[in-house]
Design a binder for this molecule. Structure first.
Ligand code: HPA
Length: 291
């Protein structure tokens, strides 16, 4: 892990990217959504959209995994100004953590204070069947690294950010009620963040189950930490794409993971639409503050 970076460089890169995006759209998002593996259709929901390929945004790292189109979509959903980061970069691709969190920091710099982080994940319990949605109530960062290691970027946040409300109840409850109103069942549980790219072993999954995790995946934890550092409110939803290793005695297959993510997409889209509607209506007026 490279932890040698100059905070002024990170801030300069963020400012350049922010200015570039501002040149294309003056929209100040009230919600930003990170669309994970196979969930890129989230960007297609956005109305009056300005779509900016990541490759055009200065310093924005481009995803290398298939199933991520890699574009920032700015526009409106249910009347709410929204940003969708369609595609993310992962540490397992070899990206430095400063790059892994660049997109969410950029969205925060554009004005978003509330984030919905979505991902594809393995279900650790038998009842978390492929296609289920699971709201993330907390995470266990087992990646062994943290995007805030290195000099603190004081302009972004404090040295020791609190993570007690890492996934704040207020925004989380809005997500949960949006799901209920859309008739979409949604479990909730703890997300175990691992480095990948190999899937876990059955013994590792047994350990994660004992630790209290419900779902496991290779993203999200670094974004959540970087956003809490910046004082943003975070909610998370995993699309369970497979039983985690050893839950069944079958091997895991990435192609299948992507197919299931795409199939569960409409349910997730309904939840995001409902959440946007609630925020637009002011249901979450108090949810701008952390907690
Ligand atoms: N493990 C880790 N990451 C994942 C999985 C899994 O089983 N499924 C989708 N992403």
């Amino acid at each position: 892990m490279s932890t040698s970076f100059d905070p002024n460089d990170v801030l300069a890169r963020l400012s350049e990217a922010t200015d570039f995006v501002r040149g294309r759209s003056s929209l100040a998002p009230r919600l930003a959504v990170v669309a994970g593996s196979g969930l890129g259709a989230l960007g297609d929901l956005v109305e009056d959209s300005v779509r900016i390929p990541y490759a055009e945004i200065p310093h924005m790292p481009a995803p290398k995994v298939e199933g991520h189109s890699g574009e920032l979509v700015l526009g409106y959903l249910e009347g709410l100004p929204i940003a969708v980061l369609s595609g993310r970069v992962h540490a397992y691709e070899g990206h430095p953590l400063q790059d892994v969190v660049f997109g969410v920091r950029l969205a925060a710099r554009l004005g978003a204070k509330r984030f919905l982080l979505t991902n594809a994940a393995g279900g650790i319990h038998r009842w978390l069947e492929p296609g289920s949605l699971c709201r993330i109530v907390d995470h266990i960062n087992l990646t062994g690294v943290n995007a805030l290691v290195g000099p603190n970027i004081d302009a972004l946040g404090p040295r020791f950010p609190d993570m007690t409300f890492g996934y704040g109840a207020e925004l989380g409850e809005l997500v949960q009620s949006a799901a209920a109103e859309a008739g979409v069942s949604m479990f909730c549980g703890v997300y175990a963040g691992v480095s990948g790219p190999s899937y876990e072993t059955p013994a590792e999954i047994r350990m994660l189950r004992m630790l209290g995790a419900a779902v496991v995946g290779m993203s999200t934890v670094h974004e959540c930490i970087a956003l809490n550092h910046m004082g943003c409110q975070v909610a998370g939803v995993s699309v369970v794409t497979n039983f985690a290793a050893g839950v069944l005695s079958e091997p895991l297959d990435h192609a299948h993971v992507k197919q299931v993510a795409a199939k569960a997409g409409p349910n997730l889209l309904a939840v995001v639409r409902g959440l946007a509607g609630k925020l637009a209506a002011g249901d979450g007026a108090a949810a701008g503050a952390k907690g």
